[in-house]
Ligand binder design. Structure first.
Ligand SMILES: Cc1cc2nc3c(=O)[nH]c(=O)nc-3n(C[C@H](O)[C@H](O)[C@H](O)COP(=O)(O)OP(=O)(O)OC[C@H]3O[C@@H](n4cnc5c(N)ncnc54)[C@H](O)[C@@H]3O)c2cc1C
Length: 510
């Protein structure tokens, strides 16, 4: 163990690694990266479509990117946080290119820009067709291996060390299960989202909300947990995680069709609307998937080589076959409450990326804004530490807790676990998909909440993850039950309209 770390980064996705590179390379901090699998293993490397940033000129502008992001966020974005994202984003993309990332370009050398649902113009840069995450992760992992003081691979962060009202490090288990205290002056939580709470998900096995669960156990403020985004078009096939049929396919003209072969929704609407329309049609027709018709798309293999090989592996040819699809849990909009510098409610603990809630995503993430969120807000944490910032300010989503913003906070209580055991991971996931998924009601959420309320025994990797999933599930159900409205990616069948008086951020802990 390196004894004297300035910054301990938990997690090795785009958010954590962007911060680690900035801290080590630019500010010569002693940085440790601790991650529960191999360094390159993170949701980040599964990202396909690309990074949204205004890199072309007129007619696009950061004002338009801001407006599109606020539109998707359904009233719960913090405008200042989105302003930071869209203004600082292009610079971060150029830094990544300077670090060695190769994005796809037009024959004249300009970056190729794609359009995705909810974006008013093409502004998504991508790599290797739909292999953007692999390229970003490769670039950052190479830089981190060259720059940081310590890399702890296959170390599982179990709980925060809190002393004197401050985060001092984490208790972690090494690959043999031995416990270690890994201490640092600052800890950055970059442990990603909680898509594995659901049976049908695009998220990899490690996306179990560990950071959010650690925060909940330590009483750190967590917000917007009820807003779990579902991607409308995951390939319906018994593989986990479900291969994603990127939005870019619909952007290039692929059409959704029901069991009668009819189109039933505008394919370029935002994700929540498309997911809801598909789920409602599946329920109406009593089926578990519908179809994406990409038979008219030209140059499919060249434009989407990754998807082409995933389809070929399961015997599908997009030139002739309609592709079976269903909505899948995809992105966790909520997380550890943060200000514009990534400071949490606990001094010494910072957060960036999908584990956090800084106000950028609001009630629904705009496609391809999340890689950018990690690239922008990871390094901001480092800059704030370098400036001597030491605790949260009333900026970004943190204003809902500290006051001063347009969106007030409401405190919710996390129900305590009961004595009864939680079922298996698969049982919990099936329950959450059925009862706390795309369409929810008070009745179904009560069932899901009861299923998450049990305790989890055992002392190994699988039981730590299950315990964290159940903890996050309890928080998600508490938020979803209290939110008696439909907003963004949260849809209540018993409260179908948006309520102005619920334009609030629900906060647990802190
Ligand atoms: C299939 C798919 C396609 C996507 N496509 C896009 C896209 O085109 N554009 C876009 O912007 N976004 C996309 N996303 C979303 C985007 O990939 C994620 O939001 C983003 O990569 C999250 O980055 P992160 O750094 O916050 O977390 P992650 O990349 O999830 O990294 C989290 C890290 O934390 C580690 N970790 C977790 N728990 C612990 C623990 N207890 N102890 C130690 N380490 C731990 C994990 O192992 C991992 O290394 C996509 C997501 C998926 C699943």
């Amino acid at each position: 163990m390196v004894a004297d770390l300035d910054l301990l980064v938990l997690g090795s996705g785009v958010a954590g690694l962007s911060a680690a590179v900035r801290a080590a390379e630019v500010h010569s901090m002693a940085v440790g990266v601790l991650t529960k699998a191999e360094l390159q293993q993170a949701t980040t490397r599964w990202a396909q479509g690309g990074v949204a940033a205004v890199l072309g000129g007129d007619p696009d502008s950061t004002d338009l990117h801001l407006a599109d992001t606020l539109g998707a966020g359904a009233g719960l974005c913090d405008i200042d946080a989105v302003r930071v994202l869209v203004d600082e984003g292009p610079g971060r993309v150029h830094e990544l290119i300077a670090l060695g990332a190769t994005f796809d370009r037009e024959p004249d050398g300009q970056l190729q820009l794609a359009r995705e649902g909810g974006h008013s113009l093409p502004r998504i840069v991508h790599a290797g067709g739909a292999a953007t995450g692999v390229e970003i992760e490769r670039t950052l992992v190479d830089a981190v291996r060259a720059e940081v003081a310590a890399v702890y691979e296959s170390f599982f962060a179990l709980d925060l060390i809190v002393e004197g009202g401050r985060c001092r490090g984490v208790l972690a288990a090494d690959p043999d299960g031995r416990r270690h205290e890994v201490r640092a002056r600052h800890v950055l939580m970059a442990t990603g989202g909680y898509g594995q709470l659901f049976a049908v998900t695009t998220n990899p096995h490690e996306a179990t909300g560990d950071g959010v669960a650690m925060a909940l156990r330590a009483g750190v403020a967590v917000a917007d947990i009820e807003f779990q985004q579902f991607h409308p078009t995951a390939l319906h096939h018994p593989v986990m995680p479900r291969p994603l049929l990127t939005e870019a396919l619909r952007g290039h003209g692929a059409q959704l069709r029901d069991t009668q072969g009819e189109r039933f929704v505008d394919e370029l609407l935002s994700r929540d609307k498309v997911s809801r329309a598909i789920t409602a049609r599946m329920i109406r027709d009593g089926v578990d998937h519908l179809w994406l018709d990409a038979t008219d798309l030209e140059n499919f293999a060249e434009r989407f080589p990754t998807i082409m090989s995933e389809l070929a592996a399961v015997g599908l040819d997009p030139a002739t076959d309609w592709l079976p699809i269903a909505p899948a849990a995809h992105y966790s909009c909520g997380g550890i409450l943060a200000d514009l510098d990534g400071a949490s409610s606990l001094p010494g603990l910072w957060v960036a990326g999908e584990a956090g809630c800084n106000g950028v995503m609001g009630a629904n993430r705009l496609a391809s804004n999340s890689l950018l969120d990690g690239m922008v807000f990871g390094p901001r944490v480092v800059e704030a530490i370098e400036r001597g910032v030491d605790g949260p300010s009333a900026t970004g989503a943190m204003r809902s807790r500290l006051g001063g913003g347009a969106i007030a906070g409401r405190s919710l209580v996390l129900p305590a676990p009961t004595g009864a055991p939680v079922g298996t991971r698969e049982e919990l996931q099936r329950l959450m998909t059925a009862d706390a998924g795309v369409l929810r009601s008070s009745e179904s959420l009560e069932r899901a909440a009861a299923g998450c309320a049990g305790s989890v025994g055992g002392d190994d990797f699988a039981s730590w993850e299950l315990r964290n999933l159940a903890t996050v599930g309890r928080a998600l159900c508490a938020g979803a039950l209290a939110r008696e409205e439909s907003r963004g990616c949260h849809t209540r069948t018993d409260y179908q309209d948006r309520q102005d008086d619920l334009r609030l951020r629900f906060i647990i802990g802190g």
